[in-house]
Design a protein around this ligand. Structure first.
Ligand code: FCB
Length: 478
């Protein structure tokens, strides 16, 4: 048996997010977020699930931290809930903040490094009522909230992430409407993206002003979910162009302002004539914004599950028309800033997870190399990677071999990139435990720990045992 080692100090963790696990949605002063509203819209969530209880982590946090310790996790990536800490986007609610004080204390006592994300999609509904992320003011409200959290926890938390996957918050929230707040308003997604980035930049500025530097052991970054856009037919010019557009509207719309201080020219050409509230999206970009947004970061978080295979399609193409593959439009086609583009998802004959996400670890290697080569990004942490599986409980055990294999393959992919000189410093599996998987409710399980939603009993799956051993060994065995 051969082994492939990770460098000493490589950070092993698991990730979760406030809304997906906490429950207790009206406890200790928490007020509704856009997800509390969205889950109640007919048809928004398969099975009509809501997250009012979720994993009841709010009440079971000490036991959950004990479980993390059993699993040898060196770090836990969690998010703080804006609607708990600044309900309705207003002044600070100490009772809400206290939960995270207790969580951080519990983690530190257990020897687990807290990895804090400030925004994992739970915008206070009151701020959405005032325009949400299409309203510039939301960026300033975010910075106020973020500074509040930093001032309360900055003495004990070293790693700070502004946003989780702003592509989802902007394009799924304001263009396709598949996520909260469910708006389908074309280039509103880009306006939202700019304001999310502005909020990020405003906080980074405050963080540095407050002395947050690596010299003090403090680090700030952002987590993106960049994709690899492989044209369905690389010999077909229209597919190659669909891949370019997808790369623009999924990757470069964030990477360019963050790491080059500008938006790409083809983004302007592709969206020429598309207006939000009667104005081009570029009107949202004010003097000084890009300087704030492009301030140097200490790390980049990368979430990766699958690449994408864009194809140029007629707007009216129906699922299944292309070579028997299922076609999913990135967005509602007629309001889409991806004109004529769709995805072939998955390609026929390719392996997939039980969620139909194509398994292509090599795409992760290529992505990491591209981030280094094209953008010279700071050290990378894989802040999410994992697999949905239709787990079966047999005599109290869950033999989730497919999930374990998926994680292992992607860890090899990370090592392949590291062998080529890419600086990757850690890996967080998604997810610590099964949870409320957004539009899929509880139907989609991603945890390495099984949750029985009737009893709230947690049971580590085989993947969790494997992961715990691997984390200690700091190496993959082949
Ligand atoms: C990511 C989200 C995370 C989880 C995984 C499966 O896009 O950040 O909350 O839903 O997908």
């Amino acid at each position: 048996m051969t082994t492939r080692e990770f460098p000493p100090g490589f950070l092993w963790g698991a990730a979760a997010a406030a809304y997906q696990i906490e429950g207790a949605v009206d406890v200790d002063g928490r007020r509704p977020s856009i997800w509390d509203t969205f889950v109640r819209l007919p048809g928004a969530i398969v099975n009509g699930d809501d997250a009012d209880v979720a994993c009841d982590h709010y009440h079971r946090m000490p036991q959950d931290v004990a479980l993390m310790r059993q699993l040898n996790l060196a770090s836990y990536r969690f998010s703080t809930a804006w609607p708990r800490i600044c309900p309705d986007g207003g002044p600070v609610n100490q009772a809400g903040l206290d939960f995270y004080r207790r969580l951080v204390d519990e983690l530190l006592t257990a020897g687990i490094t807290p990895w804090l994300t400030l925004y994992h999609w739970d915008l206070p509904q009151a701020l959405e009522d005032a325009g949400g992320w299409t309203n510039r003011d939301t960026a300033y409200r975010f910075a106020d909230y973020a500074v509040t959290v930093y001032d309360a926890l900055g003495d004990r938390v070293d790693s700070w992430t502004t946003h989780n996957e702003p592509w989802c918050s902007s394009f799924m929230g304001y263009t396709s409407g598949g996520h909260a707040p469910g708006r389908q308003e074309g280039v509103a997604g880009i306006v939202a993206a700019h304001h999310l980035l502005l909020g990020h930049g405003l906080f980074v500025d405050e963080f540095r002003r407050r002395g947050g530097t690596q010299g003090d052991g403090k680090a700030v970054g952002i987590t993106l979910n960049p994709t690899v856009a492989d044209p369905f037919d690389p010999t077909r010019a229209a597919d190659v162009d669909a891949a370019r557009r997808l790369d623009g509207l999924h990757n470069r719309v964030f990477l360019d302002p963050l790491f080059r201080g500008r938006y790409a020219e083809d983004l302007a050409l592709d969206t020429d004539g598309m207006l939000f509230e009667g104005r081009p999206w570029q009107d949202a970009v004010r003097d000084g914004d890009l300087e704030l947004i492009s301030a140097p970061l200490d790390f980049l978080g990368v979430n990766f599950y699958h690449g994408d295979v864009p194809a140029a399609l007629p707007y009216d193409a129906e699922p299944g028309e292309l070579l028997g593959s299922r076609i999913e439009h990135a967005t509602r086609p007629r309001q889409s800033p991806y004109p004529g583009g769709g995805f072939v998802f998955p390609r026929t004959g390719r392996p997939t997870t039980d969620r139909d996400w194509e398994i292509d670890p090599d795409a992760l290697t290529r992505l990491l190399i591209r981030l280094r080569d094209d953008y010279g990004v700071p050290p990378i942490y894989i802040t999410e990677n994992g697999a949905m599986a239709d787990d079966v409980v047999e005599d109290g055990a869950i033999h989730d071999t497919a999930r374990r294999d998926y994680i292992e393959q992607h860890l090899h992919a990370v090592l392949d990139a590291m062998d080529k000189g890419v600086d990757v410093r850690g890996y967080f599996v998604w997810s610590l435990m099964d949870n409320f998987e957004w539009s899929y409710g509880y139907a989609h399980r991603f945890g390495i720990v099984h949750v029985d939603y009737d009893t709230q009993v947690r049971t580590p799956k085989d993947s969790a045992r494997w992961y715990a051993e691997m984390a200690v060994r700091n190496a993959l065995c082949q």
